[in-house]
Design a protein around this ligand. Structure first.
Ligand code: GLU
Ligand code: ZN
Length: 501
């Protein structure tokens, strides 16, 4: 089902997401994962997840699981990866070390790479020298043509070499779907280290070997990596990849924080788990992040993963940096929450209620029933799933723990509320049937018609007495769920402990 632009010749589209699992996934990375995934799915190609963990100091043990978990949470799936394997595995760079070593050895053998014995002090000295002379900084190539005698001397001193890639003369044209053709003059691309002195490969080597060997056709990544691209293209060429087979690059601009500053990783809203914890739905994150820097045309704001796959086009990924707009994200989240089937809303809300200590793990039958009947009442009002705890606490806390918010008590449960609560108590006690309609009719008649209070003055005290605060689901439905016994007990308590004391 190859569509236009989906393949080059008969080459199937293969995209990849290559996170370095150093903790929480940055939303900028999530967006590139989303685009890579969507492009593969749009083209009927394959999406590969590869873990870039050669930089050992940065990898935390749970990070890989966390990274894959975040992708799953968003609803992304992959055809090849560390957990599912695949034809081009392994998919964890730390399991691919012999492969990198093999290529480095080949490069050393054919002169594409060479041993560099320079010490850190020498390199620092070189850089200072370049700076004072106003020259472009970077390795000048001291070890490019060492004689056997020089090598022997270095070895005798106990120096252990790194391996440097020899950038050829000339220039590289990077073809980028956003920026078009960018020419890099190799005069500004010094020979770079591909293998450390302890034998470990560095990023540019590992990523190029993997992209080439895994037959990746399209690379979407942050534009902070653009400067590495000519190096990576040079490695592809050294591996024998034909120019026509080079991956197509899309370097996406950064996501900016709401204030326009770069969204760096210390920013709380930078990592995806923050959003999950704040009660954002994955559907909302996908919708919001996909449209931050890409547009299906028109001013469509509502998007699902299926719709993204259907309409996604790498060529339409834009050049302007997206700025996080919390209000817009909240609006989308509220929409997605309202669109959930009730039992799905219950399932997604439950962990937040558990976390708030309102529901046990697993929930008791009673708790499950309460949440299921109350969820429809709060669905309209939720902007984040986290808010469910505050809205449903009055139904879920044990009676001896229930209390009225002291501020609300001071404001609403005043001397003036006494008559209201007493009348409400009598009317509710006398009700033959405990239903929404019966409760509403009784309270309107008693408090508004007979007592002559305006509805706000009439129902406010009842709401605060029974639910503890003024922000709760609709009053009459809330009382129905709370039950007559608890409602009356709470009104009595408000009368005894708050009103007019
Ligand atoms: N592992 C790199 C990172 O997380 C991405 C490499 C790439 O996409 O080329 O920054
Ligand atoms: Zn050197």
């Amino acid at each position: 089902m190859a569509r236009e632009g989906s393949s080059r010749g008969s080459t199937p589209v293969r995209t990849r997401f290559a996170p370095s699992p150093s903790g929480d996934l940055h939303v900028g990375n999530i967006r590139t994962a989303l685009y890579s995934w969507a492009w593969a799915r749009h083209c009927g190609g394959s999406f590969v997840v590869r873990i870039e963990d050669t930089d050992r100091s940065r990898v935390s043990p749970d990070a890989v699981a966390g990274t894959l978990g975040a992708l799953r949470w968003l609803g992304l799936d992959w055809d090849e990866g560390p957990d599912v394997g695949g034809e081009f595995g392994p998919y964890r760079q730390s399991d691919r070390l012999p492969l990198y070593r093999e290529w480095v050895d080949r490069f050393l053998a054919d002169g594409t790479a060479y041993h560099c014995y320079c010490s850190q002090e020498e390199l620092d000295g070189e850089r200072d020298e370049q700076r004072t002379q106003g020259l472009p900084s970077g390795y000048a190539g001291n070890c490019r043509e060492l004689t056997t005698a020089q090598v022997t001397a270095h070895r005798r001193e106990g120096r252990r070499p790194v391996v440097r890639f020899r950038m050829p003369e000339g220039s590289t044209v990077v073809r980028d779907t956003i920026r078009g053709e960018i020419v890099f003059d190799h005069a500004n691309v010094p020979d770079f280290v591909v293998q450390r002195s302890d034998g470990y490969p560095l990023y540019n080597l590992a990523v190029s070997v993997d992209d080439a060997m895994m037959r990746i056709t399209h690379i979407v990544r942050g534009d902070d990596l653009l400067a590495s691209t000519p190096r990576q293209i040079a490695i592809h060429a050294a591996m024998g990849v034909a120019e026509a087979d080079l991956p197509v690059y899309t370097h996406t601009p950064d996501i900016l924080a709401a204030d326009g500053s770069p969204l760096s990783s210390w920013h709380k809203a930078a990592g995806i788990s923050w959003y999950r914890d704040q009660g954002y739905l994955p559907e909302a994150m996908v919708n919001y992040l996909a449209l931050l820097g890409w547009s299906p045309g028109g001013d469509r704001e509502e998007l699902t993963l299926d719709a993204l796959v259907e309409s996604f086009d790498l060529e339409r990924v834009g050049a302007t940096a997206g700025r996080l707009d919390p209000r817009k994200l909240d609006a989308i989240n509220g929409d997605k929450i309202r669109a959930l089937p009730p039992d799905d809303l219950v399932a997604r809300t439950m962990p937040f209620l558990t976390r708030a200590g309102l529901v046990s793990e697993p929930p008791t039958r009673e708790q499950a029933r309460t949440v299921a009947s109350a969820a429809p009442l709060i669905q309209e009002r939720l902007v984040h799933l986290t808010e469910a705890a505050g809205m449903l606490a009055f139904l879920l806390v044990p009676e001896h723990v229930f209390d009225v918010d002291p501020e609300e008590a001071a404001r609403i449960l005043t001397e003036d509320a006494k008559a209201v609560l007493e009348a409400a108590e009598a009317a509710l006690r006398a009700l033959p049937k405990w239903t929404d309609e019966a409760i509403e009719r009784a309270l309107r008649r008693t408090l508004v018609d007979e007592l002559g209070r305006r509805p706000k003055r009439a129902f406010g005290p009842v709401r605060v007495a029974a639910t503890g605060s003024r922000v709760s689901p609709p009053l009459f439905e809330s009382l129905t769920l709370l039950g007559r016994e608890r409602t009356l007990a709470r009104i009595r308590r408000a009368l005894d402990h708050h009103v007019g004391v």
